[in-house]
Design a protein around this ligand. Structure first.
Ligand code: KIV
Length: 277
């Protein structure tokens, strides 16, 4: 039985020290968590991307901590070997440290083994408060979807030298504050690499090039289970939308032709029950 992935085991994973890249995937329910775990994902992220990927919202701002806790519970009940990290949604850590700790506690009680928050040096007091409550924290820099309106859309970040330097400084601030890993999203590969070089904790990339200490993708993007166009950085390994639509269409045809259910798919009674004439 392979060993459970823990926060300390993730913190130790650095490619420049000879570690294999970390494999992280989102999961939002028990069957997807079980499939991702069986496929070898080492971190399951109950992302606030549940809003777009599963719940049909246009952005991640539409889900609150109760929604994330609901999905965290479903993922934790798969009892994965992978570490379960849960996103703190927008406004669950912006209104003061005590509020952030209370919200993170709801996620931990639902099954989170760590939480992820978006933002750099400005989040240091929240990271301290969460760690003081014994809740491990993963950072998230670069294209941070909760800032969609401030960024003016989902745009690649840190393309200029000054912004790239600021991003690395933010990473160092999160590391000093005690984050055990940092996600970096939507940045040029050289910026992903520079952040990786600067930090002792692992940097997990999404749309951040090939040089990071790990990669993360959204489950539904990887599997082609959704109708929205996917970002340039997504490699799709299946088209579950078409597989599901084909299966439903075959069943619908069987229902319409009367060939479903068959006798073998039908319960029978030992007595004859009178039916209407
Ligand atoms: O919510 C999410 O899926 C994420 C990943 C994109 C890192 O935060």
């Amino acid at each position: 039985m392979p060993e459970k992935i823990t926060v300390p085991s993730v913190r130790a994973r650095k490619r420049r020290r000879g570690s294999e890249p970390i494999v992280m995937l989102t999961a939002y329910d028990t069957p997807s968590a079980a499939a991702a775990d069986a496929g070898g994902a080492e971190i399951l992220l109950v992302g606030d991307s549940v809003a777009n990927a599963v719940l049909g919202h246009p952005d991640t701002l539409q889900v609150d901590v109760h929604v994330l806790a609901h999905h965290a519970g479903a993922v934790a009940r798969a009892r994965p070997r992978a570490l379960v990290v849960v996103d703190m949604p927008w406004l669950s850590y912006h209104l003061g440290e005590a509020d952030a700790v209370r919200n993170a506690a709801e996620l931990v009680r639902a099954g989170a083994e760590a939480v992820k928050i978006e933002g750099g040096a400005v989040r240091v007091p929240v990271v301290h408060a969460l760690l003081a409550a014994e809740i491990p924290v993963m950072g998230h820099l670069g294209l941070t979807p909760q800032s969609v309106h401030v960024m003016g859309g989902y745009r690649v970040q840190a393309r200029e030298d000054e912004a790239a330097a600021a991003l690395v400084a933010d990473g160092l601030a999160l590391q000093r504050a005690g984050c055990f890993a940092v996600v970096v999203e939507g940045v040029p590969d050289v910026v992903g690499a520079a952040l990786c070089d600067a930090l002792e904790v692992p940097v997990i990339g999404i749309g951040a090039g090939a040089h990071t200490d790990g990669q993360v993708l959204v489950f539904h993007d990887l599997l082609g289970f959704g109708q929205v166009p996917v970002a340039k950085f997504v490699r799709q390994y299946a088209n579950l939308h078409d597989v599901a639509a084909r299966a439903v269409s075959a069943w619908a045809a069987d229902v319409r032709s009367g060939s479903f259910p068959s006798d073998a798919e039908t319960y029978h009674a030992s007595t004859r029950i009178a039916t209407s004439p």
